[in-house]
Each structure stands twice: as structure tokens, then as C-alpha cells.
Design a protein around this ligand. Structure first.
Ligand code: G3H
Ligand code: 13P
Ligand code: ZN
Length: 309
């Protein structure tokens, strides 16, 4: 099976009121851990590559690894550009064989965001590639860029409708209170569900996307801290809120931070318990297992995406 775009998976997810996990990938062990989990759960998958990942790994290595994963499992997998910052980057990824791209114009004025999104959509659709855009601005850290909570803006429901109509974009990332990274909420976690419901009602049948959706699982934060880490006060999106969102039109849920925490926790533990170990396979292996465990848990217990292929 070749790489797939997101059209079919989002249609089924919307109708079935579940979400597809979109996981950030940076190396072979991360890809293998995620794919092993999806394979056991018989789940479709979005593997996404950020600007940071492109710089770290070179996209061709990641694409070949994802192709190997498809050959190995025959799972429907979309290879997606995460937070593409320009038309040129989106075009380059489309030309390089990605099956889905995000143009992130969330920091641009509304009209400029529409103009470039429209340009990406025209180029992508001619090649069967799906496009995600973003309206509203999330707080948090993304590729070394820090957006302060006071600079974040929630998505305006009427603007969302106009944006989708004028761009023809396939899915829309919205800001309703999530943020990137491990520190998402100062007080109690809270998402603007009335806003999500309003957007969803105004765009019936339309797939929405949640970025910054890691739950920052306590188990892995605690494990990092038990073995030399110091990650105080980290707080993520509660799992029940993600499950609720997936019933309200959210078809794609982005996860990166939880993978980082799980892998790092397992590696820290392994090296702390075996201080003389210097074979990378001996600690990357447990890191890969931890990724598999966290992804399997999300697919099965949170996104309700098991047995969907
Ligand atoms: O949304 C951002 C993702 O967590 C990717 O982060 O650019 O550091 O790989 P990164
Ligand atoms: P987290 O930092 O919550 O994992 O979000 C990842 C993300 O949105 C990638 O685009
Ligand atoms: Zn994101």
C-alpha cells in the first residue's frame, strides 16, 4: 500500500466519532514504537514531521523509514508535514512525496493566512495531497518559538467558516485552550468546549484538529524525575477531554510531548540502573518500548481508534 492522504481516515473518524492520532517522528525508534502500537491495534495513523525533525533527521530518511513501516505492516499511514511555515516548505514536502501537509499561517493576518493556504491547497490538491491549516493561535513552545499565554487567541467560529469556505482546506486546527509543550495550564486544565461545539455545528461533517494535545502523563514525568530529571509542575490535557473533543468533530489529535517524556523516562531509568551500559540498543530499545506503550494506550483508551482498518 502506498502512503495515503487523510481524506478517507477523517471521513470515517468523523462518522464514527473517534480521532486519529498524529504523532511526531524524529528517528527510527520513535517510528517503530508508534507503528508497532498501531499495528497491534489495527489503527490508521498519521506520522508527522516538524521543521525541527527535518533539520535533525533529513526528511528523506524519515520518508524511507515510514515507507518501510508500510511495507512491514500494510497499515494506512499518512506522512504529514507539521507546522509548515511557508508555501515553499509545503511545496517541497509535497514534491518529496508527503501525502499531507499543514500550512501554519496562524501568526499571519487573516487575509494573508487565507491567501497562502489557498495557494497550498491548489498545489496540493492537484497532486492528491491533503492540507491542514490553522486559525487562532496556541500558546506554548514550538520549534524554539515561544508564544506567551497572553498572546494566544482562540479561534473565532464565524471566521473559521469563512476560512474553510474561501480556502477549500481539508482540515482546520483550532485554538480552544490547548498549547504546545509540557506546561499547558497554570491552574486547572480547561478547554473551551462551547466554542468547539459552535465551530463544529457551523461546519457539519468537517474534520477539526487539536494541536498541543499531549496529556503529559504523570507516570512518565514521575519516572523522569525519579531518575535524575527535574520537570516540576508539568500539566497536560486530561484524557477525558480529548475523548469528549473527538465526539465533537475533532478527527486529528497531535501528540509529541508525551512521546518525548515516555522515551526519555525509559532511557533515564535504563541508564540509571545500568550505569556501565554503553550499547545504544540497550537503552534505545526500552525507549522504543515506552513509545509503543503510550501510543497503544492513547489509540485504544483515549482516541477510540482501535480496529478501524
Ligand atoms: O508542534 C510542535 C512539535 O512538538 C514539534 O516540535 O519542532 O521541536 O520537533 P519540534
Ligand atoms: P504536544 O506538545 O502537546 O505534544 O503537541 C504536539 C503538536 O501539536 C505537534 O504539532
Ligand atoms: Zn502543533
Amino acid at each position: 500500500m502506498p502512503l495515503v492522504n487523510t481524506a478517507e481516515m477523517f471521513k470515517k473518524a468523523y462518522e464514527g466519532k473517534y480521532a486519529i492520532g498524529a504523532f511526531n517522528v524524529n528517528n527510527m525508534e520513535i517510528i517503530q514504537g508508534i507503528v508497532a502500537a498501531a499495528n497491534e491495534e489495527k489503527s490508521p495513523l498519521i506520522l508527522q514531521v516538524s521543521a525541527g525533525a527535518r533539520k535533525y533527521a533529513n526528511p528523506i530518511y524519515l520518508r524511507k523509514l515510514v515507507e518501510a513501516a508500510i511495507e512491514d505492516t500494510n497499515l494506512p499511514i499518512a506522512l504529514h508535514l507539521d507546522h509548515g511555515e511557508s508555501f515553499e516548505i509545503c511545496k517541497q514536502c509535497i514534491d518529496d512525496g508527503f501525502s499531507s501537509v499543514m500550512f501554519d499561517g496562524s501568526a499571519l493576518p487573516f487575509e494573508e493566512n487565507i491567501r497562502i493556504t489557498r495557494q497550498v491547497v491548489e498545489y496540493a490538491h492537484a497532486k492528491g495531497v491533503s492540507v491542514e491549516a490553522e486559525l487562532g493561535k496556541l500558546a506554548g513552545v514550538e520549534d524554539d518559538v515561544q508564544v506567551k499565554a497572553e498572546d494566544a487567541t482562540y479561534t473565532d467560529p464565524d471566521q473559521a467558516v469563512e476560512f474553510v469556505e474561501r480556502t477549500g482546506v481539508d482540515s482546520l486546527a483550532i485554538a480552544i485552550g490547548t498549547s504546545h509543550g509540557a506546561y499547558k495550564f497554570k491552574g486547572e486544565p480547561k478547554l473551551d468546549f462551547p466554542r468547539l461545539e459552535k465551530i463544529s455545528n457551523l461546519l457539519p461533517g468537517y474534520p477539526l484538529v487539536l494541536h498541543g494535545a499531549s496529556s503529559v502523563l504523570e507516570e512518565y514525568v514521575a519516572m523522569c524525575n525519579a531518575f535524575g530529571g527535574n520537570i516540576p509542575g508539568a500539566k497536560g490535557v486530561p484524557e477525558d477531554m480529548l475523548a469528549q473533543a473527538s465526539k465533537l468533530g475533532v478527527c486529528k489529535i497531535n501528540v509529541d510531548t508525551d512521546l518525548r517524556l515516555a522515551m526519555t523516562a525509559a532511557i533515564r531509568k535504563c541508564l540509571a540502573e545500568n550505569p556501565n551500559e554503553f550499547d545504544p540498543r540497550k537503552y534505545l530499545g526500552p525507549g522504543r518500548d515506552a513509545i509503543k506503550q503510550v501510543v497503544q494506550h492513547k489509540i485504544k483508551n483515549v482516541f477510540n481508534c482501535s480496529n478501524r482498518i
